[in-house]
Design a protein around this ligand. Structure first.
Ligand code: HEM
Length: 475
């Protein structure tokens, strides 16, 4: 009786597909969020497209995203499978996470100890030109302490950091849509290794070795620590102890090793990139630096370091942090969700299996919410009397059941690092030999996590007092 069925609702609007290949030639191969945002003007908040029968839906507004990913979370919370990610054994990272409560209290707060931020300040004083590396070292140290109870002193020569950097580099490269044809034609994974163009087999094989080592070596470290009665707390350790109290299943132990392995990917790279945005935004906006420093001096006092106990008394600094997350989100298209049944929204059919791409970039640049969206303006989060307004949603952390599990840790890290830097250093554009300011290019690199293009800036102690403060911090 299918001919009696009511005609199905149409798909949402989008570029017109060609037979078989669909929109293969319409989809952007780099910096996708700019194209998706352009499509918003043309097609609207929902943009639908197809590539070889795979269906995609771009969500270009916060309303549509909340309506679907939050209010209908029960059907919009799967993750799509990306062939290259499976073939590299990276898939564990996208299919887990219900253990988030354990992360918070004890472990997160000890990993965020002020000592690590102070280490960064100290490094800024000694070699300010390496500021990007100091930022990366801070976030890596925090994550490694949180997940493994493992202390790093430097990014250079640390064996565990090295393993993680290699694995993540391979993930980023391997997941770029156009990098491996196997993502477009999944059947290619079955062609033999000697087949022309099958070089990806070797790449994936090496990646598997790299990913396994990246998970195994720090796991052994935690096990050793537990066996020897060490008292280093960590997420992995508390998961393993939980497993032991429940009878100790080897499969679950394997899962836990995998969960911990994702830490560097999900946590260190994202937080590093956001801190880079922080330094970039401050260097480009001297008036913001001045206002934030004035607030810090009034509340904390020049020559002292801010702590979390000051956070609620620093509304302007809080607005700066919110604006950093908004202005240049480092996960501009979040992480794809997948829909597991047919759904109808606003009169359109969204078919089962559609891959949902939340375009965070379009949402944080929505002029009805954030007028003049490309301008870095912390005031947009303040009431006229200088208190914070109610817009405290950080869109950059994603949505619904899949919202970032580390958002509190990330937010706290960004806050602590940003206000500590502001309290002790002037951050400004660097100058060339002739004394002329070197402009900072507002350019971001492509990837799952979009970093600012490396840039130069000047980081100098505010005065002799803050210089001495930082120099003596660790003594
Ligand atoms: C500024 C830093 C960070 C940003 C911008 C960020 C952003 C995101 C985004 C956009 C998602 C996907 C949300 C969605 O699918 O709707 C996500 C997921 C996730 N994040 Fe973060 N993240 C950051 C830091 C962290 C940190 C520090 C951790 C761990 C300590 C972490 C752990 C995770 C995990 C485990 C998931 C997967 C959640 C799931 O699939 O259920 N992230 N993050």
């Amino acid at each position: 009786v299918s001919f009696l069925r009511k005609p199905k609702a149409p798909f949402p609007p989008g570029p017109k597909p060609k037979p078989l290949i669909g929109n293969l030639f319409d989809v952007p191969t780099s910096l996708a969020w700019f194209t998706y945002t352009k499509w918003r003007k043309q097609y609207g908040d929902l943009v639908f497209f197809e590539v070889f029968g795979n269906k995609f839906l771009i969500l270009n507004s916060l309303k549509a995203t909340t309506d679907l990913l939050d209010k209908r979370a029960s059907i919009y919370s799967e993750r799509p499978t990306i062939p290259s990610i499976l073939l590299m054994e990276w898939e564990f990272s996208f299919s887990f996470m219900s253990h988030t409560d354990k992360w918070r209290e004890k472990i997160v707060s000890s990993a965020l100890s002020p000592r690590r931020v102070h280490d960064m300040l100290n490094n800024m004083l000694t070699t300010p030109e390496d500021f990007l590396e100091h930022v990366e070292q801070l976030t890596t140290a925090i994550i490694m302490a949180m997940v493994y109870g493992y202390d790093i002193k430097s990014l250079h020569g640390d064996p565990i950091v090295h393993l993680q950097q290699d694995a993540i580099k391979r993930l980023s490269e391997g997941a770029i849509p156009g990098r491996f044809m196997v993502n477009v034609f999944p059947f290619l994974q079955y062609v033999p290794t000697w087949f022309p163009g099958a070089g990806f087999h070797q790449y994936f094989k090496d990646t598997i070795t790299s990913v396994r080592a990246m998970k195994q070596v720090p796991f052994d470290f935690v096990k050793d620590n537990m066996r020897n009665g060490g008292d280093r707390q960590s997420v992995l350790r508390s998961l393993l102890e939980l497993n032991e109290t429940q009878g100790g299943s080897p499969e679950r132990e394997q899962d836990m090793k995998d969960i911990a392995g994702v830490a560097y990917a999900a946590a260190a790279e994202t937080t590093t990139a956001t801190l880079m945005v922080s330094v970039m935004a401050l260097a480009m906006h001297p008036e913001v630096v001045r206002k934030a420093q004035a607030e810090l001096d009034a509340v904390v006092g020049l020559g002292s370091l801010p702590g979390f106990e000051h956070r609620s008394e620093l509304p302007y600094c809080e607005a700066v942090v919110r604006e950093i997350f908004r202005w240049r989100p480092i996960t501009p298209v979040a992480i794809a969700h997948a829909l597991n049944v047919d759904d109808v929204y606003e009169g359109y059919l969204i078919p089962k299996g559609t891959i949902i791409l939340p375009n965070i970039w379009a949402m944080v640049h929505d002029e009805t919410m954030y007028p003049d969206p490309d301008t870095f303006k912390p005031e947009r989060f303040l009431n006229p009397d200088g208190t914070l307004n109610s817009d405290d949603l950080i869109i950059g952390f994603g949505f619904g059941r899949r919202i970032c599990a580390g958002r509190h840790a990330a937010d706290a890290t960004l806050w602590a690092a940003t206000v500590s830097l502001l309290a002790t250093f002037n951050i400004a554009k660097a100058k060339d030999a002739a004394g002329k300011e070197i402009e900072i290019e507002d350019v971001f690199l492509d990837g799952m996590v979009s970093h600012p293009k490396p840039f130069k800036c000047s980081i100098t102690p505010r005065n002799e007092l803050t210089k001495q403060l930082v120099a003596n911090i660790n003594l």
